[in-house]
Design a protein around this ligand. Structure first.
Ligand SMILES: Nc1ncnc2c1ncn2[C@@H]1O[C@H](COP(=O)(O)OP(=O)(O)OP(=O)(O)O)[C@@H](O)[C@H]1O
Length: 360
């Protein structure tokens, strides 16, 4: 997953007289899921549309598998990609016809169409709806049909613009879990726009943060969320520690999560063997001098070294390297007292109830 499948160079897009996107360079890696996050109007959809060749930038290049996508070969490129928008945009015909429509348009042989439609209707859990008119579907069903239509094309790159945001919470969660499984299964290169941090954390191998028409940071979700490169990004991502782990046990109602050689405890209903993300807010993390005992109510204590300390309002934001970055917010007085500086050995602790668990 290290090769670039898609690349933009020196992109400028002007919309409504303003610069909507200024992206000097971005590589999308083969097989990765890239989440584009950022506030309203940041340029996320514009970037997605440039990457999907749905709009022509004022300046710059789009390169697919080493070849520049031009106006002349744009159609061939579009035949290699699949797109799902917030609105399912289904034709007023049956569900199966909708799923088949993209393949028909591409002149795929009937037998292949039949196999693919069966497979993706089944995989998206809507085989029972195949004869139903798309117009009568619920929001969740329509979005499943829209995903099946895009996936039936077996695209080289799948683009999604806020595909789950119009759904109610339970429907969204079910579809999200199915979609996550599907992405892992297919290793399809996927680029999606979302407002939702949990969605970005769950699905994204990497996250790109857009602010004011620029890609301001790109990296693994736990890096971006724990170590934002500037205060504006920190404000947007709501600085948080994200730790990858696996549930190895359950004791007295607490999940035991193994991560980087430690076993941590967390409140949450998850099954043993489940891969999870532990999310922690910095105000819930306590910092100790290595030699001091941690409070008995905090079940999780880890050793580490101070990586970075920066003032944040009246507080000090301290990033501790515990084999992965953990962010703590402490008072300036405590920071002075502890003589916090880069490299200082410390312990961090947090309560099991402070962990927000996301099942992967
Ligand atoms: N059709 C349009 N005409 C003129 N300006 C537009 C158009 N579409 C988008 N813009 C402008 O381009 C900029 C980027 O918009 P874009 O939709 O890419 O942002 P976004 O990050 O996807 O926002 P949102 O989360 O609200 O969808 C904004 O300033 C927006 O007002």
């Amino acid at each position: 997953m290290t090769d670039s499948i898609l690349r933009v160079e020196e992109i400028i897009v002007r919309r409504g007289g303003q610069i909507a996107l200024d992206a000097p360079a971005l590589d999308v890696l083969d097989g990765e899921t890239l989440a584009l996050i950022g506030p309203n109007g940041a340029g996320k959809s514009t970037l997605l549309m440039v990457l999907a060749k749905l709009i022509e930038p004022d300046k710059g290049k789009l390169i697919f598998r080493g070849e520049t996508v031009t106006r002349e070969n744009a159609l061939a490129y579009r035949r290699r990609i699949g797109i799902v928008m917030q609105d399912a945009l289904l034709l007023d015909t049956s569900v199966e016809e909708n799923v088949a429509s993209g393949l028909r348009f591409r002149g795929t042989p009937q037998q292949v169409i039949h196999q693919r439609v069966e497979h993706w209707l089944e995989r998206l859990g809507i085989i029972g709806l195949r004869k139903r008119r798309a117009r009568g579907l619920s929001g969740g069903e329509a979005q499943r049909a829209s995903l099946a239509r895009a996936l039936a094309l077996e695209p080289d790159v799948l683009f999604l613009d806020e595909p789950f945001s119009a759904l109610d919470a339970p429907t969204r969660e079910r579809l999200l879990a199915d979609f996550y499984g599907l992405l892992k299964e297919t290793s399809m290169t996927t680029i999606f726009v979302t407002h939702d941090r949990d969605e970005a954390l769950l699905l994204g191998d990497r996250v790109a943060v857009l602010l004011d028409a620029h890609i301001r940071q790109i990296g693994k979700p736990n890096q971006v969320f724990a170590v934002p490169t500037d205060p504006q990004i920190a404000r947007f991502v709501g600085v948080e520690t994200v730790i990858e782990g696996e549930v190895v046990g359950e004791k007295e109602g607490l999940a035991q999560v193994k991560t980087n050689g430690f076993v941590l405890e967390a409140v949450g209903e998850v099954r043993v063997g489940q891969a999870v993300l532990l999310c922690l807010r910095p105000e819930d993390v306590t910092l100790w001098h290595e030699s001091h005992a941690s409070p008995s109510s905090a079940r999780n204590t880890l050793p580490g070294r101070v990586l970075q300390a920066t003032p944040q309002g009246p507080l000090e934001r301290v990033v501790v390297d515990c084999g992965f970055p953990v962010v703590a917010l402490i008072t300036r007085a405590s920071a002075r007292e502890m003589q916090i500086e880069k490299g200082l050995p410390v312990s961090i602790s947090f309560k099991a109830s402070a962990v927000h668990l996301i099942a992967r």
